[in-house]
Write a protein that binds this ligand. Structure first.
Ligand SMILES: C[S@@+](CC[C@H](N)C(=O)[O-])C[C@H]1O[C@@H](n2cnc3c(N)ncnc32)[C@H](O)[C@@H]1O
Length: 208
């Protein structure tokens, strides 16, 4: 059974995430990865559907979007209609996916590894459901390379995670991808300010 959803999670968080994750520095990272999705596509943590306008409709055969937070789904549904995408929306957490092995050509995961309960379990599942030549397209934020920034990230993280839907600031995305058996081609950088919230990594990962 799902945990009860609080008033804050239902009435505030979807709007807050939609606004913050919709800011232009993040939109530019979506534009750098999402248009490359093709074939059978799985989007992990589809949220309010901010990636949906960036898919190339004629490259996508099937688009399954999963997110355990049902309160985000109406936003995503509206964006799918506007983008004329055949989105199949499922209420699921990505740590255990009910999909066959090697059943997706592309997995898209943006600004979600920060929020899942177990990034290692999620990446293992992504690896399992991806075809051998498939791609994981990602844009995430995470552990900064500068110790002074990391100090701030560690200080803010406990409160931030409570307010922003379990969003962690210090997840080491390249390390997690490597440990899950991915080979990664990516760009990194502080895409906005404050730096503690802004170190981003975006690109593609394939099975090593
Ligand atoms: C910061 S939002 C990002 C949403 C969207 N991916 C985007 O790029 O705008 C994080 C999303 O991850 C979802 N999420 C949290 N835990 C998850 C899990 N275990 N599996 C899949 N999605 C999860 C949340 O419900 C939320 O929609």
């Amino acid at each position: 059974m799902n945990a009860p959803v609080s008033w804050y999670e239902r009435r505030v968080l979807p709007y807050l995430l939609d606004f913050a994750c919709g800011l232009s520095p993040f939109t530019r990272r979506r534009q750098a990865v999402v248009p490359f999705a093709q074939g059978r596509v799985l989007e992990i943590g589809v949220g309010t559907g901010l990636n949906l306008p960036h898919y190339k409709r004629d490259r996508v055969q099937v688009l399954v979007g999963i997110d355990p937070a049902e309160q985000m789904h109406p936003f995503a549904r509206r964006r799918a209609v506007r983008a004329q995408l055949p989105l199949e929306l499922r209420t699921l957490a990505a740590e255990r996916l009910p999909f066959d092995a090697q059943s997706f050509d592309t997995v898209v995961c943006t600004y979600t590894l920060c929020s899942v309960t177990s990034p290692a379990a999620v990446l293992a599942e992504i690896r399992r459901v991806m075809r051998p030549q498939g791609k994981l397209l990602f844009a995430e934020h995470g552990l900064a390379p500068d110790p002074a920034v990391v100090k701030w990230q560690r200080a803010i993280e406990p409160t931030w995670a409570k307010l922003v839907g379990n969003c962690h600031l210090t997840r080491d995305v390249p390390k997690l991808l490597g440990e899950a058996g991915f080979r990664v081609s990516m760009q990194t950088g502080y895409i906005t300010r404050p730096k503690a919230l802004a170190f981003n990594l975006w690109g593609e990962a394939t099975a090593a």
